[in-house]
Design a protein around this ligand. Structure first.
Ligand code: HEM
Length: 405
């Protein structure tokens, strides 16, 4: 009574707080919104009403619910900087299955799930260990001090995904910069789309080459598959190439930084290497590098926990908040390698849950273990405040990590 719809809209928080006050914690303004874990907010650029999910249980409900789709054009952003979904959805490449809903999504994703099973990843371990060893030698050779991102954290996952896909690593100048630019929120949507188009073009010319001269790699298999068009093979390659190295690279670098700054936790891990799998889960939870918000659009009116989300409205699930939901985790703001972090949402949830998660886990377990073993006195080479944080990138982390040993 007495309040108009406009007044109510006026009272809604505008957007999702994004700029952090500290290196590892989500913004306090974002965490404050957890008092109402599923709430209406206003979206950029014009204040249109949408939803923000900061709770763990609520986030899972939305991401598991087929009424919330990704196969739509995202027109609004929960952050001032245009969201990565907004730019990509302007021109989704064929095959880029993150942006398709079932049954199309199912058809395309099925073409790669077999390659990323726990069993297949187990078989890949020796090869990943070799790649890690070689990069540790490269890091040592670049020393006595070096940038861990450049010499180790980026090349390891990049080499692994290139080898799996059959993308020549020697072409990395053509794809590392473009794949970083696709996720650089400080660039215009136009420039991000240009980077994506270049990368897609690069993969498009690889597909027929693979069919003509097949190797023991995924692109060759996709190129030979009669159920998949060349453009789809290129699109599947694109999503794997980008997702495959940006995310794990940032976990390796930011994870190392966080452990160096939590020496008690680092000591725990050095004393008990068996802790590694649990430690990796806790680092995934605590750091949640996919911090841009997972967006969906309601295909129809949908009631969740008594609140009506209207058809066409944007919903953003904030993984870094869900992973610090006090209803799910005790002392959520603490990095505690002894805790059971299972059930975290760092890889998302539902049908789009990360297809590369087993690979990422193996890369991190082997990567951290060998790095800390090779450099028992690894330390930062500059004061921690001087480390440039990736606040304006869709994947959080550090731009560089100068270390010495
Ligand atoms: C999806 C995070 C590593 C490939 C996702 C999603 C998240 C995520 C949050 C869900 C996106 C959504 O629902 O909208 C991560 C993190 C990683 C990682 C934190 C490393 C620590 C990898 C690797 C690969 C990969 C190594 C590939 C080799 C994919 C693909 C999807 C995906 C293809 C889309 C799945 C689909 O739509 O069905 N990832 N990822 N990711 N990830 Fe990862």
């Amino acid at each position: 009574e007495g309040t108009t719809r406009d007044d109510a809209a006026e009272a809604l928080p505008y957007g999702m707080p994004y700029q952090r006050e500290t290196r590892y914690d989500p913004p306090t303004g974002l965490m404050d919104l957890q008092s109402k874990p599923l709430r209406p907010i206003r979206y950029y650029p014009d204040g249109t009403e949408g939803w923000l999910v900061t709770g763990h249980a609520e986030g899972r409900k939305v991401l598991a619910d087929p009424r919330f789709a990704t196969g739509e054009r995202f027109t609004h952003s929960p952050t001032e900087l245009p969201h990565v979904f907004v730019s990509i959805s302007e021109q989704v490449p064929p095959g880029f299955f993150l942006f398709f809903d079932p049954p199309e999504h199912t058809r395309l994703r099925r073409k790669v799930t077999g390659v990323f099973t726990v069993k297949r990843m187990k078989d890949l371990e020796p090869r990943i260990a070799d790649i890690v060893d070689a990069q540790i030698e490269a890091l040592r050779a670049a020393g006595p001090g070096a940038d861990l991102v450049r010499e180790f954290a980026l090349p390891v996952p990049s080499l692994v995904i290139c080898e799996m896909l059959g993308v020549p690593y020697d072409d990395r100048a053509a794809f590392q910069a473009n794949s970083a630019n696709m996720l650089d929120l400080s660039l215009s949507v136009e420039d991000r789309n240009k980077a994506m188009a270049e990368l897609f073009g690069y993969l498009m010319q690889l597909v027929p080459a693979k069919r003509a001269d097949p190797g023991d790699d995924m692109l060759s298999v996709l190129a030979a598959d009669p159920e998949i068009h060349d453009v789809e093979a290129a699109g599947i390659g694109l999503i794997l190439l980008v997702a495959g190295h940006e995310t794990t690279a940032n976990m390796l670098a930011l994870g190392t930084f966080a452990l160096l700054e939590h020496p008690d936790q680092m000591a725990k891990l050095r004393d008990a290497p068996k802790l590694m799998p649990a430690a990796v889960e806790e680092l995934l939870r605590y750091l949640t590098v996919a911090h841009n918000g997972i967006m969906r659009i309601a295909k129809e009116d949908a009631e969740i926990d008594g609140q009506l989300i209207k058809a066409g409205q944007h919903v953003t699930v904030v993984l870094q908040a869900a992973n610090r939901d006090p209803h799910k985790y005790e002392r959520p703001g603490e990095l505690d390698l002894d805790r059971d972090a299972q059930g975290h949402m760092a890889f998302g949830h539902g049908v789009h849950q990360c297809v590369g998660q087993q690979l990422a886990r193996v890369e991190m377990r082997i990567g951290f273990a060998k790095l800390f073993e090779a450099f028992p006195d690894l330390r930062l080479a500059v004061p921690s405040e001087e480390i440039p944080m990736r606040s304006d990138m869709a994947v959080y982390g550090v731009h560089t990590l100068p270390v010495e040993w």
